[in-house]
Each structure stands twice: as C-alpha cells, then as structure tokens.
Ligand binder design. Structure first.
Ligand SMILES: O=C(O)CCC(=O)C(=O)O
Length: 279
C-alpha cells in the first residue's frame, strides 16, 4: 500500500522536515548495529562510516531504496534523486558535566545555502535520518528550527552550541525516519547516557543528480547493484547510484508545465518502464 503524502508534504514545505514513523524493523536495525560493531573493530575503533553501501550492500540497499523515502524524495526534488552519502555512526557517551547546556552544533547540511526569501524552494538535498535506538533526552535528541529552510536565519559562532529559542526538540522512536530539507537548521545533542549506551546515527543523504555525490559509487559491490538496476531498466535505482540517463532531456523540458505535475509524469513513466527479471 502506498503512503498518502499530502499531510507530509504540507508539513514539510512549512516546517522543513517531516517524520515517517516505524519505517525500519528491529531486525534491520539490529543487523546494521552489528555491521557497525564489526567495522569499529576492523578499523581501529573508528566510529564514523560514510560509503556504507559499499561496506554492506545487501543490508543497506533496502534502506537507500525504501519506497516511502524515495517516493517522498521524488515528490520534493523531482525524479532527480541520487545517493550523496550513506553514513552510519556511533556517538559514545560523554560525562554530563562536560556538556551541560550544550548541543552538538547548529548547521544546514551539505549542498545547502542561507535562504534568500521566505518562498519555499526545492531542496538541493534531503537527509533521511534515523537513530537505531530511542532518542531519549539522555541519548541526545535531534533539534530543529522549524521554518528555517525559508528564513535567512544565521547564528553567531558563539551561539552555535547553545539551544535556540525557536527550536523544537525531537525524540524519535527507533525505526522512525525524519526527512529534512537541506536548508533546515538543525543539531544533534550529546549522548550523556549514564549506563554507557551508544547513540547510533544513520543518515541516508540524497542530492540532485546533476550535483556530485560524496560517496564513491564505483566500488564493485555498488556497481553490481547498478548492473542489476540496469538489467531491470530501473532508472530510479540507477539514479540513486549516480547514473541518470534521462537527465539531458528532462533538464531542458521547457518549464511551462508546473514542476510537480511534470515530475509526477516522469516518475510514473520510470515505474512503468521497469522490466520484471528473474532473480
Ligand atoms: O546527531 C544528530 O542527531 C544530528 C545529525 C546532523 O546534524 C546531521 O545529520 O547533519
């Protein structure tokens, strides 16, 4: 059953984010946590991993190509959506006394800009973030400044690690996914778990196909996913992996039909064109 995006879209345009509850299962999250633990051991206690698709293609592809997330991405960006980077990271707890009253740091995301007006603009990139545990006040919630994707809001260096008067604190449940607009000002919160719990952060970051992508999609395992997508004539999956064969035609469409109408036609045509293949 496909999701009704009407309310999500309205909320997203106004506030710069929307939350999709329970998109990921406990079994999936468990497998991702385990993969992180292996990488942590293998890479000398490194905590931050980009390029997660190449590290774990079979585990990660269902998340990257999740129909709810990618359908919504195509609704707000048009069918020009590629994976910019797939990041799985862990924040270890720090003593509460060290970070009392501090947040991780306000910012807009990669490929963003300070908005020039209050008009809603298509994002250059969106972030589908989930946390593989409940985001309690102790583990460190996500903080957002609603509407800051449509405000030329700036914050002084001194104030970037302090809570903001317009902030909303978001305590997501495990498996929930928040999709943000690239120009939304947001911040994490330090993990101060007294019982030593880890704070997992999982980010599927998508950008427009005519921008560069941050992850390297040329690795053999990612290329295998691309070959499979090609054999199905699955343009949406190919785009996610950095190959947009329709870009030249679609980026010069004349722009006299409303964008969202045109995007919906293209997205439908892409779905129609997929060939069933034997697996
Ligand atoms: O750690 C967090 O919750 C915030 C993550 C973040 O700032 C980001 O995705 O850019």
């Amino acid at each position: 059953m496909s999701t009704d995006f009407t309310e999500h879209l309205k909320f997203y345009k106004k506030n710069g984010y929307t939350i999709f509850p329970s998109l990921f299962s406990e079994a999936e999250m468990n497998a991702w946590r385990e993969r992180h633990q292996q990488l942590y051991a293998e890479f000398d206690k490194k905590t931050w991993f980009g390029n997660m698709l190449e590290y774990a293609p079979k585990l990660m592809w269902p998340a990257v190509s999740h129909p709810t997330i990618v359908d919504f991405a195509e609704l707000v960006m048009g069918p020009f959506v590629q994976l910019d980077n797939l990041t799985l990271s862990v924040f270890h707890p720090v003593p509460k006394s060290e970070v009392e009253g501090k947040i991780s740091g306000w910012h807009r995301d990669r490929w963003g800009q300070v908005p020039r007006s209050s008009t809603y603009e298509r994002p250059n990139a969106i972030n589908a973030i989930s946390y593989l545990q409940e985001l309690t006040d102790e583990i460190g919630p996500l903080r957002v400044i609603p509407g800051s994707h449509r405000r030329s809001l700036t914050i002084s260096v001194d104030d970037r690690s302090k809570p903001h008067s317009d902030e909303k604190v978001i305590n997501l449940k495990p498996g929930d996914v928040v999709v943000t607009h690239v120009n939304l000002v947001h911040s994490g919160t330090p993990n101060t778990s007294a019982s030593g719990k880890l704070r997992y952060f999982f980010s599927i970051f998508y950008n427009l196909t005519w921008l560069k992508h941050t992850d390297n999609h040329s690795g053999p395992l990612t290329q295998q996913l691309l070959d499979e997508a090609r054999s199905r004539n699955d343009h949406r999956s190919m785009r996610l992996l950095g190959v947009d064969e329709q870009l030249q035609l679609r980026c010069n469409s004349g722009f006299l039909t409303p964008d969202e109408e045109r995007w919906a036609e293209w997205a439908a045509a892409d779905k129609e064109a997929i060939r069933e293949t034997e697996t």
